[in-house]
Write a protein that binds this ligand. Structure first.
Ligand code: C5P
Length: 221
């Protein structure tokens, strides 16, 4: 059997990684792996404050979790213990909890094993913070998306408004900046581009332009 193809997309919160990963995976007819959803699911299941538990308690709780992937492209489904993950994990609070549990090495090594296991069985468009640097350093095709905090907060505001969840722009900017700071400065697997990643600043690009840049990169990669 041919080696699975892994395409990695890393970048900060709200830069549009999931939208692009879904679409690119659809084009390539392979699943996409939303690794932020894995951190969110763990944070949501364990609840507020779990990031302060001691290592043995966290390890014991993580042993109960099993992730599975099915489908391809936008129809990819990520499940935890047999239940597909839904919108319950998509709040700003759960995003911050996820960022907190993501600082814990025991959580990161548990998810590293789970993500690499999926990557050994499926071709993937894998998106997150450390896909190109830590989880799939051998991937032939790596991207790092970035955009200013202001642009990302405005895009997030629009998304929330479309979902009927009005939000405050300044509050969103503060939340994004807080999560960026924690994700970029943590000791283990901090957010940064892999040396061989293609950098795409999406601040002045629309979705079509970003998608074309990624598709072009995959064709050349
Ligand atoms: O991408 P998303 O915003 O859903 O991720 C939630 C949080 O999970 C991030 O702020 C980050 O702290 C953590 N994360 C991570 N490594 C990944 C994916 C997400 O540390 N590969």
């Amino acid at each position: 059997m041919a080696e699975p193809l892994i395409v990695t997309i890393d970048g900060p919160a709200g830069v549009g990684k999931s939208t692009m990963a879904k679409r690119l995976a659809g084009e390539l007819a392979i699943p996409y792996l939303d690794t932020g959803a894995m951190f969110r699911a763990i944070a949501w299941k364990l609840g507020q404050g779990a990031w302060e538990w001691d290592d043995p308690s966290l390890e014991a709780a993580l042993e109960e979790f099993e992730f599975a992937l099915s489908g391809t492209g936008p129809e990819t489904v990520l499940s935890l213990n047999g239940t597909p993950l839904g919108n319950e994990i998509r709040t700003e609070d759960v995003g911050m909890w996820a960022s907190n549990v993501a600082t814990r090495p025991v959580v990161r090594s548990f998810l590293k094993r789970a993500q690499q296991n999926l990557g050994s069985r499926f071709s993937l468009v894998a998106e997150g913070r450390d896909m190109g640097t830590v989880i799939f350093p051998q991937a032939p095709c790596k991207f790092f998306l970035d955009a200013s905090v202001d642009v990302r907060a405005e895009r997030r505001l629009l998304q929330l408004q479309l979902m009927g969840r009005p939000a405050d722009l300044d509050e969103l900017k503060a939340q994004i900046a807080r999560r960026d700071h924690q994700d970029r400065n943590r000791a283990v697997a901090p957010l940064r581009p892999a040396q061989d990643a293609v950098l795409v600043d999406t601040s002045d690009l629309d979705r079509e332009q970003v998608f074309s840049a990624l598709l072009e990169g995959v064709k050349q990669g």
